[in-house]
Design a protein around this ligand. Structure first.
Ligand code: 5GP
Length: 118
């Protein structure tokens, strides 16, 4: 059981933004932008590579609702999912990072210089 499953069950508290029957959105405990939300399905999929694509259609709709609810639809936002070891995924329960509230630079979320990986 991942830490996110414990958040879904209420065993671990979270700062909730929106929830419906199948998805939950809550503030990241270690924000990397003025607004940093994690969006997860209540069913445990390890990551994007393993999610049932049919779920993604509903999840897309939920993510759009969260962005609109927070007013990020107007100014824009960044949506990220880290997938697996090389993607930097730490929690093995599919989640999208919704980042916004400022004009985000491209580099600030990555500590790897592509020149070092040629
Ligand atoms: P990943 O690196 O797997 O893509 O991202 C995991 C994210 O989960 C990180 O941004 C981290 O700050 C966040 N996180 C880890 N544990 C907790 C927690 O207990 N509560 C909340 N709200 N966020 C968490």
């Amino acid at each position: 059981m991942t830490i996110f499953s414990k958040i879904i069950s209420g065993e671990i508290p979270c700062n909730k933004v929106l929830e419906n029957e199948n998805f939950l959105a809550f503030h990241d405990i270690n924000p990397k932008a003025p607004i940093h939300i994690l969006i997860i399905p209540k069913t445990e999929y390890k990551n994007f590579q393993e999610v049932d694509p049919k779920i993604m259609s509903e999840m897309t709709q939920f993510i759009q609702q969260v962005a609109t609810f927070l007013g990020l639809d107007k100014g824009g936002y960044r949506l990220i999912t880290n997938n697996g070891d090389d993607g930097g995924q730490e929690v093995l329960h599919l989640h999208f990072h919704l980042l916004g509230g400022a004009k985000l630079s491209w580099g600030h979320l990555s500590d790897s210089d592509p020149k070092n990986h040629l």
